[in-house]
Design a binder for this molecule. Structure first.
Ligand code: CTP
Length: 401
């Protein structure tokens, strides 16, 4: 996968910088051409001479070389690259990247890059869990940066835990897997729905729920990154998103609108993933005028809404795949399995409500998947972007079985 690829390796100032020597060896052995940009701090951890010898290219550390008077053209460097890999990515560099700062050549190059960018975070235990770091990583994921998860082990401080930069061979295999996946849904048309629905009571009030649509949008973006044309039917969320250009969006309001939009598109699709938190009931009548506070109690008659997922399950053809979500508070697995068979699904994703950091509104989620054969896969608590990748990978396994 890396043969003839042009890799720009950005090295920032952490102890793991010494491992970039091995990383360059691995990349070049795999047939890649490597150029290196270092932050000034990185040069204290490993010498530019080592990296220029291994990469067989000049190493860039400054905007200007004072001795030769030469300028390191960060735009040219960034546009040269097929991929940018920043390893190690320190807490400081990640914070600067997430905020668009440009205080060194590595950051200027990142800001000029048009290719895929991977970062391999490296830091000590408590820094790796600090909310500011998690916020910066989330921002970088939203900006399209791929995060190579850090690993557990002994840290420079002597503490043991998560925070070490991924080993060079793991960085390489992560990138190779992503490159393999990149076009594996090319030519496929995918329907995804996401977000809540709002069921109007009167002109100013509605029945809604806490869904933001983050999980479904992450799934839509993941399919699109992997080459698919994606139709996203999105409920009324106030969250602002970045969408991949292959994602076409239809905004809807109610459960009825959700059903109509999905039923219209589904026959054209190879796969549908329905993650929306659709209201199960809607007011039987909507008042044209604002309901006044004239009595001490108010009774609303609610009627069932169409179950979009169940309806698509009824018309699903043999060459189509349908994925649903389940949010359960008790008998989680049994209830999810029941939904899988009742709604004629190929895969169901069970959202956990038991874990802090999972579910509505969070940037992270913890899910299990269950397929038709009853096979259960339980995943760790991860960012919703990474959970989306797990779900799409699982579906890929089912399609290619
Ligand atoms: N769903 C749907 N239309 C509805 C209700 C749910 O398409 N009117 C879909 C959701 O998008 C999700 C799945 O059905 O993929 C399961 O939703 P969930 O709320 O967990 O279950 P319900 O089917 O509503 O059943 P219950 O409320 O009894 O748990």
């Amino acid at each position: 996968m890396l043969n003839k690829k042009k890799i720009l390796l950005g090295v920032s100032g952490g102890i793991a910088a010494y491992k970039t020597a091995q990383l360059i060896r691995n990349f070049t052995k795999a047939g890649a051409e490597v150029r290196v940009v270092m932050t000034p701090a990185a040069t204290s951890f490993i010498g530019p001479l080592t990296l220029s010898t291994l990469s067989k290219n000049k190493v860039h550390t400054q905007f200007f070389d004072k001795e030769s008077g030469e300028w390191s053209n960060h735009v040219e460097l960034a546009l040269w690259a097929d991929l940018v890999v920043i390893a190690p990515a320190t807490s400081n560099t990640l914070a600067e990247m997430a905020n668009g700062l440009c205080s060194n050549l590595l950051l200027a190059t990142y800001l000029s890059a048009k290719s895929e960018v991977y970062v391999a975070p490296a830091m000590d235990l408590d820094m790796a869990h600090h909310p500011s770091l998690l916020r910066n990583l989330e921002q970088l994921e939203r900006d399209g940066v791929q995060i190579i998860p850090s690993e557990e082990g002994e840290l420079a401080s002597g503490l043991v835990g998560k925070g070490r930069m991924a080993e060079p061979e793991h960085i390489q295999s992560f990138i190779e897997n992503r490159l393999k996946q990149q076009q594996d849904f090319t030519g496929k048309t995918i329907l995804v729905n996401a977000g809540p629905t709002h069921e109007p009571i009167d002109p100013v009030r509605f029945i809604g729920n806490r869904s933001t649509g983050k999980m479904g949008v992450a799934i839509a973006n993941e399919f699109a990154t992997r080459g698919a044309s994606v139709h996203l039917v999105l409920g009324p969320t106030s969250h602002s998103f970045t969408f991949h250009p292959n994602v076409e969006i239809t905004r809807i309001e109610t459960a009825h609108d959700m059903y109509s939009a999905c039923a219209k598109t589904f026959p054209l699709c190879d796969v549908a993933v329905l993650s929306a938190a659709v209201a199960d009931f809607t007011p039987e009548t909507k008042s044209d005028k604002k309901i006044k506070k004239t009595s001490n109690s108010l009774v609303l008659d609610l009627v069932k809404t169409p179950d979009t997922l169940a309806e698509l399950g009824k018309i699903k053809k043999n060459n189509q795949y349908l994925v649903g979500f389940a949010l359960e508070t008790d008998n989680e697995l049994e209830n999810a399995k029941g939904k899988l068979s009742r709604k004629n699904l190929d895969l169901i994703v069970l959202n956990s409500l038991q874990h802090k950091g999972a579910g509505f509104g969070h940037d992270t989620n913890k899910v299990s998947t269950i397929d038709k054969s009853g096979e259960i896969c339980t995943f760790d608590l991860k960012s919703k972007t990474q959970v989306a990748r797990d779900i799409v990978n699982k579906l890929k396994e089912i399609i290619t079985k």
